[in-house]
Design a protein around this ligand. Structure first.
Ligand SMILES: Nc1ncnc2c1ncn2[C@@H]1O[C@H](COP(=O)(O)OP(=O)(O)OP(=O)(O)O)[C@@H](O)[C@H]1O
Ligand SMILES: [Mg+2]
Length: 507
């Protein structure tokens, strides 16, 4: 079959008003992006901070098998997993509008999804098939006319329906209502089912599940908040409660920028509903702020070297931040985030969970900073599953004798942490002090996490899905004692405890 080039355009509202960013063409060999001259002249953030710094007007992303979209465009789509709820919804909506993509090669499916719904997602990039569609969209959604959809299901009814949709048990009539309510919602990366929407708080600042009916990203007053809401799936009982606890401990540490979060634990039609909302930091009174993952930055810098979000290392990220002349405080904050990820059993600090937020109103390097914290989910509580029991998603401190991306806690963990700090330009005494401080802050964390997991009713954690509470406890204690041994000067080079040496990567 002969190849037919595909065209699309990128626009943004990052300056407060819609502006065209670029023309895009997908050829048989590459994705070519040509920036519009006015956008280049105005200095509005484009597709990647590295490109903005270089000032290039034309970017070329070579196609690599089924990888056609660079990470920053891929981030506008739901994950590829067939059962992912956002993906299912998008495919159904495309089918209903006569744009079925069944049977197309993966890369073209992604392209079609991008032009169908790749807008008003996380960050500032909006993609359309052509300029007229873009103008129509902005007039419809941000002009005088009320946005389509969004008027159907509300509040707990919406969450109840979404939860059922996630577990594929929603009756067809309600499914139609849900789709009419949500419309072609943008995709949000990550494996947990989630939705971007505006939530409404109670007068005491709590969230009882109310939604405001406004489009995602539009704020309507003091009590409405643009949020990213995750819904608990049956297969990960307790995950959102644990994530909420991890957020709390990051707040307690006092050195992180942590968004407001609200945990909702309730029932809808006698079935449990657990949701975690976090305030969107990529919106400022409805205006999008560019948010680019570290994966996207690494990939943009070396497209053939960084092909997934576990390529690279903790040191590499420090190196990037230093090379780009991020203030020292930001580098130190990233180091502290890494230490917290070890102490909380997160194991999931990959390059899609680290991002740079841009303030388009500032200039030079002042416009960039590490984004507020997100996704501190303690995945090691689900040790029995594929890739959920790794000490660190990214390697650090040298790979021998134990790979730090396995499940074992190296006896010399502390030394490795110190070598990471050194590579980042953090003084030994400061790195040690931070490790000690965060060790102390997280002292009660393990007990709270265990109690939380044990309090989940047994019927929500059947044997095959239950978190591995004992394993989680053992692994966090291992980490804690390795760090404590280190700062007291008794770091050991001995091999890790044999019982903890299995790696989930094989499971
Ligand atoms: N509060 C927030 N404001 C703006 N964007 C956010 C916020 N929280 C998360 N994001 C964005 O949404 C994406 C998905 O969120 P998150 O990483 O929490 O999901 P996840 O499904 O747990 O991911 P993973 O697959 O890494 O486990 C993030 O990569 C980030 O770009
Ligand atoms: Mg994530």
């Amino acid at each position: 079959m002969s190849w037919k080039d595909r065209f699309a355009v990128a626009w943004t509202r990052a300056s407060g008003a819609p502006e065209k960013l670029a023309d895009m063409v997908l050829t048989e060999t590459e994705l070519r992006v040509t920036f519009s001259d006015p956008a280049r002249r105005s200095g509005i953030p484009g597709l990647s901070m590295l490109h903005d710094m270089s000032g290039d007007s034309i970017l070329v992303y070579p196609r690599n098998g089924s990888r056609v979209l660079p990470p920053q465009l891929r981030a506008l789509l739901p994950p590829d997993a067939a059962l992912n709820p956002q993906r299912r919804m998008l495919l159904d909506l495309m089918l209903a509008s006569g744009r079925s993509i069944t049977g197309l090669p993966t890369e073209l499916q992604q392209w079609e999804m991008l032009v169908f719904a790749g807008r008003n997602a996380v960050g500032h990039i909006d993609v359309f098939e052509n300029d007229r569609d873009a103008q129509d969209y902005y007039t419809r959604n941000y002009g005088s006319v009320q946005p389509e959809g969004r008027s159907g299901l509300k509040d707990l009814k919406l969450w109840g329906a979404f939860r059922k949709y996630v577990s594929q048990s929603l009756p067809t009539v309600e499914e139609d209502q849900l789709k009419a309510t949500l419309g072609p919602t943008p995709g949000v990366a990550g494996f947990v089912p989630k939705m971007l929407c505006t939530i409404e708080l109670e007068s005491d600042g709590s969230w009882k599940g109310k939604t405001s009916g406004k489009p995602a990203g539009e704020e309507g007053g003091q009590d409405t908040v643009s949020a990213l809401v995750k819904i608990e799936q049956n297969s990960y009982p307790g995950l959102l409660q644990l994530e909420s606890l991890a957020y709390e401990y990051h707040r307690k540490a006092g050195i992180f920028d942590v968004p407001r979060t609200w945990l909702l634990e309730t029932t809808v039609n006698n079935e449990p509903l657990i949701a975690l909302a976090s305030e969107r930091f990529d919106r400022n009174q409805g205006v999008p702020l560019p948010l680019e993952s570290m994966y996207s930055i690494l990939h943009t810098g070396s497209p053939t070297k960084y092909l997934c979000n576990t390529d690279g290392s903790i040191e590499k990220i420090g190196e990037v931040l230093n090379k780009l002349r991020f203030p020292y405080g930001e580098v130190e904050r990233f180091y502290a985030q890494f230490v917290m990820s070890l102490l909380t059993g997160n194991g999931d600090l990959h390059t899609d969970n680290i991002a740079i937020l841009t303030d388009p109103n500032k200039h030079g390097m002042n416009r960039y900073r590490l984004s507020p914290l997100f996704d501190p989910a303690p995945m090691r509580a689900y040790r029995g599953r594929h890739s959920h029991n790794v000490l660190s998603a990214l390697p650090f401190g040298g790979g021998e004798p134990t790979d730090t991306t396995g499940s074992a806690t190296p006896g010399d963990l502390f030394d490795r942490m110190m070598s990471v700090a050194k590579a980042m330009g953090i003084k030994h005494t400061r790195a040690k002090g931070l490790a000690k401080q965060l060790h102390q802050v997280t002292e009660p964390y393990l007990q709270e996490a265990i109690e939380l997991l044990r309090s989940i009713p047994k019927d929500r954690r059947p044997n095959n899905l239950a978190p591995d509470i004992d394993g989680f406890e053992a692994t966090i204690q291992e980490v804690r004692s390795a760090i404590a041994r280190g700062w007291s000067g008794h770091a050991s080079k001995s091999p890790p405890t044999p019982s903890l040496m299995f790696s989930n990567k094989q499971n």
